[in-house]
Design a binder for this molecule. Structure first.
Ligand code: 2P0
Length: 320
């Protein structure tokens, strides 16, 4: 009747931006991501709570705005003839600020819901269910480095490397704490409809995805760095060229990019990626992590830093 699960957000190096099927929420492009370790979301789902309809508490605050999306995700697993659920979400990082909070939330939600209603699913099926609610959530079912390929009927999510097979680190420079002005889903639709670059973005994605996958399998950091930065900037070009334009960056975002360029010029193994928000994620090898932390800390406009290794996929937590 009640279960709790935990998942970590993931950061895409080859980005998901655009949908081939809106009803099924199928991505238009393949993506490749790293699952983080020390950022987390815990979700508990309780079908035995005496509530008249689904209720959602996020970090102790009732959050009716998200309820419909969460209820729909629970329906996919428990059916619509189910008892109402009390859903409690807790996390240790900002929500809706380009830090992939919906990825960890929906990944944890599908695991908790399946357990709470006594159903057993293959991880791949749980990934597909999570992806229906949030495309990127599908990737957080797995740890380490993960690929998501998109077909016309369903997605296929695969772990490419375990977290300890390539000990990358991710340093997140937080440059703004508030929620983003335009949600990812709406921003993607605007890009599909209005950006003159969208068709070319979709057409070239398989090449970028293949290059990144090869780079990961051969542990070629420089090659992964080059293709990841290129893919990130192409995604932002689609956003910037949408009408009206979507610019998630602020001046500190750009300052962080300059810092990372300067670290690269002194031989550090680091590259940047940026999602639907102004935060900059620096991906680096462990030997460069201290230098990256120091340099980003000294960068104007950086409010705080989060440092993490790669982590595991979503998991059920022991019941109390
Ligand atoms: C990604 N993002 O690959 C890309 C890069 C943001 C920028 O997936 O509409 O919340 O719920 O499927 O998963 C964020 O979008 O989108 C995202 P929906 P989601 O991580």
């Amino acid at each position: 009747m009640k279960a709790e699960a935990q998942a970590q957000p993931n950061i895409a190096l080859i980005k998901y931006w655009g949908k081939r099927d809106h009803d099924k929420n199928l991505p238009a492009v393949s993506s490749l991501s790293v699952t983080l370790d020390s950022l987390w979301t815990k979700m508990s789902v309780d079908f035995g709570a005496e509530v008249g309809s689904d209720t959602l508490l996020v970090n102790g605050v009732p959050t009716p705005a998200m309820e419909q999306r969460v209820s729909h995700c629970i329906d996919l697993i428990a059916g619509t003839e189910r008892d109402p659920a009390s859903i409690v979400s807790e996390g240790n990082f900002p929500i809706g600020a380009g830090l992939a909070s919906s990825a960890s939330a929906f990944a944890a939600l599908v695991v908790a819901t399946a357990a709470a209603c006594g159903k057993t699913y293959a991880t791949q099926t749980l990934a597909q269910l999570a992806g229906t609610s949030s495309g990127s959530a599908a990737r957080s079912l797995y740890g380490g480095i993960v690929t998501l390929t998109a077909g016309d009927e369903h997605i296929d999510v695969q772990p490419l490397l375990d977290p300890d097979e390539w000990p990358l680190e991710v340093i997140v420079a937080v440059t703004e704490k508030g929620e983003k002005p335009v949600g990812s889903g709406a921003a993607m639709i605007r890009g599909e409809k209005t950006s003159p670059f969208y068709a070319s973005w979709v057409k070239r994605q398989d090449d970028d995805f293949g290059t990144a996958k090869d780079a990961v399998l051969s542990r070629d950091f420089e090659r992964l760095a080059t293709i990841s930065e290129h893919n990130c900037l192409k995604m932002h070009s689609v956003m910037w060229s949408s009408r009206p334009p979507i610019v998630y960056w602020n001046s500190a975002t750009l300052s962080c990019l300059e810092t990372i360029r300067s670290l690269q010029s002194t031989g550090h193994a680091v590259f940047f990626t940026i999602d639907a928000g102004p935060q900059v994620k620096a991906v680096c090898l462990p030997e460069s992590a201290a230098a990256v932390m120091d340099a980003l800390k000294a960068t104007p406009g950086v409010l705080s830093l989060l440092q993490t290794k790669l982590g595991a996929g979503a998991k059920l937590l022991p019941s109390e």
